[in-house]
Ligand binder design. Structure first.
Ligand code: 5RP
Length: 217
């Protein structure tokens, strides 16, 4: 079965978590796009969506789904988004699409974070996927030097500016054995906006699309 089909299976399984009148937090990326496209069928039943990127916001609007500013909701019952890597502990690497700062904000205000992915994203240890770190442009070199000191190999994402006007360092060679500690440590570097580790606030539900259907944990 193709990875695309597995992403679709995971996205479809997430609809079981949506209730009538929910405002839904919506992620970014190809798996989240399958979810957005399916959400269009429910648009009369939900009260709107909070988007984690300009791209997702535009896709939601194209489907006629009302997009609500995150500042105008006290909390969200549910947030559905993809991941670049996930562990059985529901710790994630996100940010392959460079949207992880807004994704972390949506995750923070959500009661339930449902992560959807194809089963190739499941790993024992996070870090084979280069860790995306959003940085203020002025701090790019400083942060890169600090990352080298801890054994990382940072690479500036070429021709890319985030929705927030910042840069992304993709950090290779990290074996993230303690994701919570690493997230805290990297968050503390001056000029770091957001680290792509989601461990302090992990997913609550992980849905992996597989050959035998959705695997939910
Ligand atoms: C975007 C993300 C995405 O969720 C992540 O990159 C997975 O994308 P895809 O569903 O296309 O594999 O974190 O910033």
């Amino acid at each position: 079965m193709s990875l695309e089909k597995k992403k679709q299976i995971a996205a479809e399984a997430a609809f079981d978590y949506i209730q009538v009148n929910d405002i839904v937090g919506v992620g970014t990326g190809s798996t989240a796009n399958y979810f957005i496209d399916g959400l269009a069928k429910l648009k009369g039943k939900i009260d709107g969506a909070v988007a984690s990127s300009v791209a997702s916001s535009e896709r939601l609007k194209q489907h006629g789904i009302e997009v609500i500013d995150a500042n105008n909701v006290a909390s969200l019952p549910i947030y559905v988004d993809g991941a670049d890597e996930a562990t059985v502990h529901k710790h994630l690497i996100k940010g392959g699409g460079g949207a992880h700062t807004r994704e972390k904000i949506v995750a923070a205000i959500s009661e339930k974070f449902v992560c959807i992915a194809d089963d190739s994203k499941l790993v024992d240890v996070l870090g084979e996927f280069p860790l995306p770190i959003e940085v203020i442009p002025m701090s790019r070199s400083y942060v890169a030097r600090q990352l080298v000191k801890i054994g990382g190999a940072p690479e500036l994402r070429e021709d890319f500016v985030t929705d927030n006007g910042n840069l992304i360092l993709d950090v290779h060679n990290l074996q993230i054995l303690n994701p919570v500690e690493m997230e805290q440590q990297l968050n503390n570097l001056a000029g770091v906006v957001t680290v792509g580790i989601f461990a302090i606030r992990p997913a609550d539900v992980l849905i992996l699309g597989s050959d035998s259907g959705p695997k939910i944990s």
